[in-house]
Write a protein that binds this ligand. Structure first.
Ligand code: GUN
Ligand code: ZN
Length: 435
């Protein structure tokens, strides 16, 4: 057990508003020398060191020099059962699912296997400063238990759900509309709001759910209006054509979910690379979010989601960042930010390093309606923090000598940094990882 009250000191970077819509000076909080006090899992004080020091008596303070303290990173879209197939060569989405994913996921019928992978997966997230994530499991309820049980050991804010699929997958990975409803409901009753756990209703995507299943899942969502919902939308051109064939009466991919009440606040859809303006309007009206997963989109050849376009003033969409492992190629949110910049360049519409750090923390918290709990370093928020070492490799150390602004320093970190840059990770006030 670590002591109940602890404090850390260093440069602090955090956001209190969305800089895509407000002037940066209203959004950014940057303090060169700050102290953060953590008590009972929450932040009880944050301020400039010279102001807080006289109030702290003999409380020991851990100091992080040449570092930045940020809110812990949040991964808004990730498949833990795909940990064993990261870096599988050569296919685009549908073939990749059939040839790799649907084989690996069958192994999660075995609870011991699921527990082993969940442990490796969470440890790897912590090495990368990820303190919270929204996770796809498999159709097997025991695979959901495994990740919640493992996260509970760290008191980690985790959101996860049983994948629902009743067509277009191997027999061993299919449930039925009723089974999807019953098993998901039992898991909601077991895990939703237990400690820091929350349940996510998880129809995989339109091609793997019949209308009957979507209807059952929609009624479950209505019955439990404060759960999250997650799925995939408009990721890949071939997939979109298939959805059109399977669901000719829907106006488009987004409409196929909308018909079953699956778009709402706290519903988050992976990718959205090819969403039309009509679909963006519907997502805005319903308050649903998109999880931007650039390493995955490049890896599967899906395309480049346009964040600035999604955040257009007349119909803004909430956007979170996600790794989408195992189609995503890195657990590192810094590397995900690096690829997000390249996706923005492909769209001719880049945004700054400060905007990107916002997306990886408070932006993702807002996409999940968690901004009152995590994503910002402020009094009353849960004490989930990541410490970035600004000189983690020889080349980063060298390049930083030529950084003339905070913005430039952050851009160097997100372009060149990875797991080596994370020197410590705090969850609910406990240091659960350090180098
Ligand atoms: N669409 C449906 N399932 C998946 C998945 O597991 N990964 C990705 N990237 N897209 C999907
Ligand atoms: Zn995914």
């Amino acid at each position: 057990m670590q002591p109940n009250k602890t404090a850390i000191r260093g440069a602090l970077l955090t956001f209190q508003k969305d800089p895509f819509f407000h002037p940066m000076e209203e959004c950014l909080i940057y303090k060169e020398d700050a102290i953060i006090v953590m008590e009972n899992g929450k932040i009880s004080a944050v301020d400039d060191a010279d102001k807080l020091l006289p109030t702290l008596n003999d409380l020991p303070i851990e100091r992080y020099t040449d570092s930045i303290i940020t809110a812990g990173f949040i991964d808004s879209h990730v498949h833990y059962p795909q940990t064993e197939i990261i870096a599988s060569y050569g296919e685009q989405l549908i073939d990749w699912l059939n040839n790799y994913t649907f084989i690996a996921e069958q192994g999660f019928k075995d609870k011991d296997h699921a527990k082993e992978v969940a442990e490796i997966f969470l440890k790897e997230q912590h090495r990368n400063g990820v303190t919270s994530s929204t996770v796809f499991c498999t159709i097997f309820p025991q695979s959901v238990d495994a990740i919640f049980e493992e996260a509970e050991k760290y008191n980690m804010r985790i959101m996860a759900g049983k994948v629902c699929m009743d067509r277009n997958a191997p027999e061993a990975l299919l449930d039925t509309p009723q089974k999807a409803y019953d098993e998901s409901k039992a898991l909601i009753e077991k895990w939703h709001k237990k400690g820091r756990a929350e349940y996510v209703i998880t129809p995989r995507f339109i091609p793997t759910s019949t209308h009957e299943q979507l209807e059952m899942v929609g009624s479950l969502a209505q019955e439990f209006p404060d759960t999250l919902i997650q799925s995939h939308v408009s990721e890949n051109i071939g997939e979109i054509a298939w959805v059109k064939e399977l669901f000719p009466e829907a106006l488009d991919y987004t409409d196929a979910y909308d018909r079953y009440g699956l778009l709402r606040e706290r519903a988050i859809y992976g990718h959205g690379v090819h969403l039309t303006d009509r679909e963006l309007h519907v997502l805005n009206e319903r308050g649903a979010a998109v999880a931007h997963c650039p390493t995955s989109n490049f890896f599967l050849g899906s395309g480049a989601f346009n964040v600035n376009h999604a955040k257009a003033n007349n119909r803004p969409i909430k956007v979170g960042l996600g790794t989408d492992l195992g189609a995503g190629t890195s657990f590192s949110i810094l590397q995900t930010m690096n690829e997000a910049y390249k996706a923005a360049q492909m769209n001719g519409s880049p945004y700054s390093a400060l905007h990107t750090f916002y997306l990886a923390t408070r932006g993702t918290a807002e996409a999940l309606s968690l901004q009152d709990k995590v994503g910002t370093v402020a009094v009353g928020m849960e004490a989930d923090l990541a410490i970035i070492n600004l000189k983690s490799t020889p080349i980063i150390d060298y390049r930083m000598r030529y950084a003339n602004s905070l913005e430039e320093a952050l851009f160097i970190q997100m372009t060149l940094g990875d797991d080596r840059a994370i020197s410590a990770t705090y969850i609910a006030g406990n240091k659960i990882y350090s180098k």
